[in-house]
Design a protein around this ligand. Structure first.
Ligand code: ATP
Ligand code: MG
Length: 235
């Protein structure tokens, strides 16, 4: 299968400080790639480089386009939807207003995905008139994902969607993301510290350590890797 996203020798910088040291990474069209690594490894920075939010070097190819010189807005307009760490929903707006903003934000075009999203996330339909700030953590994460999907992206980029959530809630959210990937033909790049769940769901996996990819391969191979098992799976 062809890659929808490919990073070749990508470096990223905060000011003078280089935090990614030339990483290679791919997401297959329609597939799910997981990026693992400890705190500070560079996972979020990798997503920021893809989305044009940090200075980078090397090549970032998305659906035949080079992204390195593009603005964050252009990249979103090409079909890359980013759900950042901490979710970034507008807590003072209602659920429905958040979704509507998601539809316009990237492209300035309305998309008619509201009912589709309420289908995948029925709890959001129930809470459509409530302020986002009144939702539980899990519901806010669902809203952030649904909002990103309102623009009909080709690639969904998720930064630790499980953060701070109970295992049962994480499983529910991952289950919905997996269904959306299959049914809506959205490719997914997932950053996770919850390695066992992520590796069970993904097809490819990468392990980052201090700005380097130290291991990569099929998610199955990484799940069977003794070092990964010891360090990230706890058995
Ligand atoms: N805005 C910033 N300015 C300067 N350095 C930063 C900035 N953001 C991150 N860094 C540094 O870049 C490195 C990679 O950070 P990054 O946030 O990408 O890690 P991460 O893998 O996402 O970690 P976590 O699991 O804690 O979210 C770290 O050394 C971090 O201190
Ligand atoms: Mg991070």
């Amino acid at each position: 299968m062809a890659a929808i996203l490919e990073l070749r020798a990508v470096k990223a910088f905060y000011g003078q400080s280089e935090v990614l040291h030339g990483i290679d990474l791919a997401v297959e069209e329609g597939g799910m790639t997981v990026l693992l690594g400890a705190n500070g490894a560079g996972k979020t920075t990798t997503l920021r480089a893809i989305c044009g939010m940090v200075r980078s070097e090397g090549q970032i190819l998305f659906a035949g386009r080079r992204l390195e010189r593009c603005t964050t807005e252009q990249i979103a307009g090409f079909g890359v939807a980013h759900v950042p760490e901490g979710r970034g929903t507008f807590i003072g707006l209602t659920v429905e207003e958040n979704l509507r903003i998601g539809a316009y934000a990237a492209t300035g075009r309305p998309h008619d995905n509201m009912q589709l999203m309420y289908g995948y996330f029925p709890i959001l339909a129930q809470r459509r008139r409530q302020q986002a700030g009144a939702l539980s953590g899990g519901e806010q994460q669902m809203l952030a994902i649904a909002r990103a999907l309102m623009m009909s992206p080709r690639l969904l980029v998720l930064d630790e969607p499980s953060f701070g959530l109970a295992p049962r809630v994480v499983e529910a959210i991952f289950g919905i993301v997996e269904r959306i990937r299959r049914e809506q033909h959205v490719s997914v790049l997932l950053v996770e510290q919850n390695a066992s769940l992520a590796l069970a769901m993904a097809d490819r996996a990468y392990l980052l350590e201090t700005g380097y990819v130290v291991t990569s391969g099929s998610a199955k191979a990484l799940a069977d890797d003794p070092q990964i098992r010891r360090s990230y799976l706890g058995y």
